[in-house]
Design a protein around this ligand. Structure first.
Ligand SMILES: NC(=O)c1ccc[n+]([C@@H]2O[C@H](COP(=O)([O-])OP(=O)(O)OC[C@H]3O[C@@H](n4cnc5c(N)ncnc54)[C@H](O)[C@@H]3O)[C@@H](O)[C@H]2O)c1
Length: 255
């Protein structure tokens, strides 16, 4: 595991799934984490798990699409710990599968408000601080859906292509200033939505995972470990990368 001791950073959507795994993984690697989620109790549970293991976590409850909150989280991190070394912009939502012609504008708005404008807001305030310091690393949670077409998931799919675009543009704009910007592109990851699907439709779930080259969904910790590595010094020459963490699913048929 990379050594992140003495480093300070932000993780959004840290009340569950990949965000909680990421907060725990950064803390396990020695970092102090400023974590946020829209759900207070699960967020406090993540903080409790970190503190119980001897780590340092501060919490802020709110909506990751709120730009003022993004600014306040960056300011609070620097006020407490002086630097913002890394950030994992992870909060995001999906939708039920719906054909393109049936998608409501309200669904596009909801998905873009969090996945695109939320990620953009956090990136903007994180980059302002990192620019002042002259160093820092950001990782966004995108998706394999941000590299392919995803029938039924048009708003989500387009939002993750947007995350990938923002990641690469920011990587180029800030490369000379010692700031790296990357994304993880998870494939199927065993968080709440997949667990519910497995319970309700075990045969469909089995059929889906058996089509993944590694024959299983990812554990959230596997996404988290990739995020920690991308923010660590070991990934010092990696920027603008959209890292597939998908058991080989994304390259199926592309050999
Ligand atoms: N699980 C997968 O298979 C998968 C695959 C590809 C990409 N992703 C991406 O990973 C990220 C996390 O997904 P997950 O599966 O861990 O989800 P999850 O639902 O398990 O956890 C998401 C967390 O985000 C929080 N959240 C929701 N809306 C929020 C908001 N407006 N502000 C702040 N917090 C909010 C939730 O309360 C929850 O704690 C998302 O960006 C998702 O698109 C997930």
């Amino acid at each position: 595991m990379p050594d992140m001791s003495g480093k300070n950073g932000i993780v959004t959507g840290a009340g569950g799934g990949i965000g909680r795994a990421s907060a725990l993984a950064f803390a396990d690697a020695g970092a102090r984490v400023m974590i946020m989620d829209i759900a207070a109790e699960p967020l406090e549970e993540t903080a409790r798990l970190i503190r119980e293991a001897g780590g340092t976590a501060e919490t802020m409850v709110g909506d990751a699409s709120d730009e003022d909150l993004a600014a306040r989280m960056v300011a609070r991190t620097v006020e407490l710990w002086e630097t913002l070394d890394f950030a994992h912009n992870n909060a995001g939502i999906g939708t039920a599968a719906t054909p393109f012609t049936q998608q409501e504008r309200a669904t596009w708005d909801r998905v873009f408000t969090l996945n695109v404008f939320g990620t953009m807001s956090f990136m903007k305030h994180e980059l302002r601080q990192m620019e002042k310091q002259g160093f820092g690393a950001i990782v966004n949670t995108s998706s394999m859906s941000g590299k392919n077409g995803s029938p039924g998931l048009s708003p989500y799919n387009a939002s993750k292509w947007a995350v990938n675009g923002m990641t690469q543009t920011a990587a180029l704009e800030y490369a000379e200033q010692g700031i790296r910007v990357n994304a993880i592109c998870p494939g199927a990851t065993f968080t709440a939505a997949l667990a519910a699907w497995k319970d309700s439709s075990p045969r469909e779930y089995e059929g889906y995972t058996s089509a993944i080259p590694m024959k299983r969904a990812a554990d959230p910790r596997e996404q988290a470990d990739a995020a920690v590595w991308l923010c660590s010094e070991e990934a010092g020459y990696v920027t603008g990368s959209l890292l597939n963490v998908d058991g080989g699913e994304g390259i199926l048929g592309k050999q």
